[in-house]
Design a protein around this ligand. Structure first.
Ligand code: TYM
Length: 368
């Protein structure tokens, strides 16, 4: 198997998700936990059913806190560095589901400081502007200002004092080992991990963080530190997803920096159609005749992967498509067309909701 790398900034190669669980020291989400969640929520979100979210830390502690009445709260985030794509939105869709099912508070961190520190080509003005656009895209999902709070790092007045508390207990040697920082790394970046920990102690309760598994290195550090900040802060729990792959293949992650690899939230129907038709990797044979005879390979197909992970909620229809592909009954062009329609319907709804979000709406959510 090819080498792979997963850091909070880069994902490359064919990710071995089982190896990651071992390397990061996390645990799988068990069938028992899924049953417990379903008993509380009444149904299982597609991302749990299809195991897009597959790994966790201390999920049992979260469920225990919920059952005992102590409760928990949610924390997730976004680093503004360019147009958001469907991979970025996915953890927010899932977090909203959790929030509604468990009726809990949610804190969303918008790390305009992080992207300014790490991206040489971006000014603070750039990332602050992008932050507003990202917040509008996130709010388009329909969060309520009653129990959703947004911490934009360069706006929230308590970012520095709260990060200071964390930073006192995080050594440079730890960040070097965890993030690969070097002597030449700028000190804004070296300090930043303390900032990403801040929301974990927003409430004296169990915190649960949904994100893709690339963010887990932060939680590893945080779990060793939170009790030093105050006795009432349990180690944070986390629930991790796999990555939505780029259009062009099943390696790495969908990322705005690879041309043709992403479906952006502001793509037009024509752009979506062109990108899927031009770039999407399928598991098809070379000719129609061959495909009819030998069948295709849904396991090696990005189109099928997107349907499975994101767009085809109906288990029966997915199963049928799988069988029809294997049996040569359905051709890649038909699956592409189906995905284009599904994605465009989703984006059209999203863009309509985004257009309705005003500056005033955003301000209602911002922590001051
Ligand atoms: P960012 O902006 O890189 O990513 C935002 C969220 O999207 C997830 N993600 C993906 N998930 C699936 N498939 C992909 N291709 C994909 N690309 C990104 C990320 O894991 C993340 O959940 N440092 C963070 C911002 C942050 C944060 C947090 C994220 C601050 N606090 C707490 C999660 C939880 C960042 O730059 O995310």
């Amino acid at each position: 198997m090819a080498e792979f790398e997963v850091t909070p900034w880069d994902v490359s190669g064919h990710v071995d998700y089982d190896k990651l669980v071992k390397e990061f020291g996390t645990d799988y989400i068990t069938d028992k936990q899924l049953k417990e969640i379903e008993a509380i929520t009444g149904d299982l979100h597609i991302y749990l059913r299809r195991k897009l979210f597959y790994s966790q830390r201390d999920l049992d502690a979260v469920l225990k806190a919920h059952k005992s009445g102590k409760g928990f709260f949610l924390y997730t985030g976004r680093g503004p560095s360019g147009d958001m794509h469907i991979g970025h939105l996915m953890p927010f869709i899932f977090t909203k589901w959790l929030q509604e099912k468990f009726k809990v508070n949610l804190y969303i961190q918008i790390t305009d400081d992080e992207k300014f520190a790490f991206k040489q080509n971006l000014s603070l003005e750039d990332t602050r502007k992008m932050a507003r656009e990202d917040i509008a895209n996130i709010l388009a999902l329909g969060f309520s200002p009653k129990n959703t709070f947004i911490m934009q790092d360069s706006v929230y007045t308590q970012t520095y004092p709260k990060a200071l508390e964390w930073s006192k207990y995080i050594n440079f040697s730890t960040t070097k080992a965890v993030f690969g920082f070097e002597n030449a790394t700028n000190i804004a970046s070296i300090f930043y991990p303390a900032v990403q920990c801040v929301p974990i102690t927003f409430e004296e309760k169990q915190c649960l963080i949904p994100s893709a598994i690339d963010q887990d290195p932060y939680w590893r550090i945080a779990r060793d530190v939170s009790h030093k900040i105050g006795k009432g802060y349990p180690k944070t729990a986390a629930i991790h997803s796999k990555f939505i792959p780029p259009l062009s293949g099943l390696e790495g992650k969908m990322s705005s920096s690879i041309e043709g690899s992403t479906i952006k939230l502001n793509d037009t129907p024509k752009e979506v159609k062109n990108k899927i038709n031009k770039y999407a990797l399928t598991g098809g044979q070379n000719t129609v005749e061959e495909q009819r005879k030998k069948g295709g390979n849904p396991e090696g197909c990005v189109v099928f992967e997107y349907l499975k992970m994101l767009m085809e909620e109906d288990d029966k229809l997915l199963e049928e498509r799988y069988k029809n592909c294997k049996g040569g009954k359905v051709l890649c062009g038909e699956c592409k067309q189906y995905l284009i329609e599904k994605l465009n319907a989703f984006l059209s709804e999203h863009q309509k909701a985004r257009a309705k979000i005003t500056d005033k709406d955003i301000n209602k959510f911002l922590l001051k």
